[in-house]
Design a protein around this ligand. Structure first.
Ligand code: HEM
Length: 128
């Protein structure tokens, strides 16, 4: 049976969200090539593990105010060739879908709003 949907956001379910989202990314024909070019095809490899840990820290920073994340969210995206508004649209659609499998709607709405704001900010800065 499926796990009941989470009402509150915590460290444990953020980690599940991140791992579930990127395993779906690798199955998505639009998004996978961008990630495979940089991280490889195997989500179990060291580069992927580093990315998953970084993204877990990123979302803990955004949603819970934790201060471990020391990255620069925009920077790697400046170096990706061929990013388009459509690719961001696919990213958001898949992220929303993953969020819906884990959180009740009112909690999921938080992640959807945040990710949309961040994606819009990235697109503006990337002139997309
Ligand atoms: C089509 C859309 C996107 C693509 C193809 C994409 C791809 C990537 C790739 C390839 C990396 C670098 C991995 C590495 O070098 O280790 C990365 C890093 C990252 N991405 Fe995205 N991304 C997209 C959208 C987003 C969005 C919408 C968000 C946030 C809501 C986001 C958050 C991040 C963060 C926080 C990092 C790590 C930045 C750091 O180095 O600290 N990405 N992304």
């Amino acid at each position: 049976m499926n796990q009941p949907l989470h009402k509150s956001i915590n460290e444990e379910n953020i980690e599940i969200l991140v791992r579930k989202f990127y395993s779906e990314v690798l199955k998505d024909s639009t998004l996978a090539p961008f990630f495979i070019a940089i991280l490889g095809e195997d989500i179990q490899n060291d580069k992927w593990e580093e990315h998953l840990l970084l993204l877990t820290e990123f979302w803990k920073f955004v949603a819970l105010g934790y201060d471990e994340y020391k990255g620069n969210p925009l920077r790697p995206h400046l170096l990706i060739n061929g990013l388009t508004r459509d690719a961001f649209k696919s990213w958001l659609t898949l992220f929303y879908h993953t969020v819906d499998t884990l959180y009740i709607p009112s909690t999921g709405e938080y992640f959807k709003q945040k990710s949309k704001d961040i994606a819009e900010n990235f697109m503006r800065k990337l002139s997309l």
